[in-house]
Ligand binder design. Structure first.
Ligand code: SF4
Ligand code: MG
Length: 310
């Protein structure tokens, strides 16, 4: 039997890409495709689900099943895709405005479920598609070039939010470090449970505050960005049955997530191996859910399920 091996070109499409030249999204797209190469997931076993925004166009550029949904609705749609076909590798993608503004409620409640899927946020601190307004991750008082005035609201910390909400894999990556970003994304997809990766993304058109020079800057001889892998930071909960260790690792990760400025850590902040939503459903099997969890779902089963839910 010939073992098929997939290369990056197997995950690419010929759809014309409309991102601006120099956009950090290109590097993130390549990192996602390289992560899939590393994992050797066949394209027909991958589903990429997005919301609205520049990054929302990603499913068009990845050769896999794609679902470009409504603003802020990538996560509930991805949850539905995964529960309907648990064999698929499901990757939800979106921007910071889509995920932490319009989709904030879904962002929190997806963390509480721990469905086995991955959420990647292309975080550039602006609403790029609508010409650079401040998104929820823009710091209060900052003013990027598309904004009429400085941001008047405090920013949210998506990593701290994710850790509190229950995501079992939380990491930060940087678009322009594609090799380490691809590794983080591969680890996120490999993780059994909901993974969240906040990806610092350059938007050369609207974010002139945090551009590639700012991220690449050295201060006091030390690069602004550093990798947690190069330190003795340990994000892993070693005993998932020990609530004290879980809380200690969450506190450690949240403290690390607030390191932003002269030094910014990248890599995995928190990782917990525990039961997933699918495990809980399989154990409890509420009425009507049996066929959703059955990988051999047929049209007749689906009809029965819809009737049961009426
Ligand atoms: Fe990229 Fe910004 Fe252009 Fe959107 S507006 S495609 S985020 S450079
Ligand atoms: Mg954005």
């Amino acid at each position: 039997m010939v073992v098929q091996t997939f290369t990056a070109k197997d995950y690419k499409t010929s759809v014309h890409n409309t991102w601006c030249p120099g956009c950090g999204d290109f590097a993130i797209l390549n990192s996602v495709q390289n992560a899939l190469v590393e994992l050797q997931v066949p394209p027909h076993m991958v589903a990429v689900v997005s919301g609205i925004g520049c990054s929302g166009k990603s499913p068009h550029y990845i050769n896999a099943y794609g679902f470009h949904t409504l603003h802020g609705r990538a996560l509930p749609s991805a949850t539905g895709v995964k529960l309907a076909n648990p064999k698929l590798t499901v990757v939800a993608v979106g921007g910071d405005g889509d995920g932490f503004g319009i989709g904030a409620g879904y962002f929190i409640n997806t963390g509480r479920r721990n469905v086995d899927m991955t959420y990647l946020v292309f975080d550039n601190q602006v609403y790029g598609l609508t010409k650079g307004q401040a998104s929820p991750t823009m710091n209060k008082g900052d003013k990027a070039k598309g904004m009429a005035e400085a941001a008047v609201q405090d920013s949210v910390n998506p990593l701290a939010l994710a850790i509190s909400a229950g995501y079992t894999f939380v990491a930060r990556g940087y678009a322009l470090q594609p090799r380490s970003l691809a590794q983080i994304i591969a680890e996120a997809i490999r993780h059994r449970g909901t993974s969240f990766v906040d990806i610092m993304q350059t938007c050369p058109v609207y974010n002139d505050l945090h551009d590639k020079d700012w991220y690449g800057e050295k201060l006091d001889g030390r690069p602004r960005l550093y990798q947690l892998d190069d330190t003795d930071f340990d994000p892993v909960v070693h005993d998932p049955r020990d609530p004290e260790e879980i809380i200690a690792k969450k506190v450690q990760a949240i403290a690390k997530s607030y390191e932003w400025g002269a030094r910014i850590p990248t890599g995995i902040l928190y990782k917990l191996e525990t039961s997933t939503y699918e495990d809980s459903m399989a154990a409890g099997r509420p009425r009507g859910m049996e066929s959703v969890l059955d990988p051999n779902l047929t049209d007749r089963d689906l009809t029965r399920l819809i009737d049961a839910l009426r």
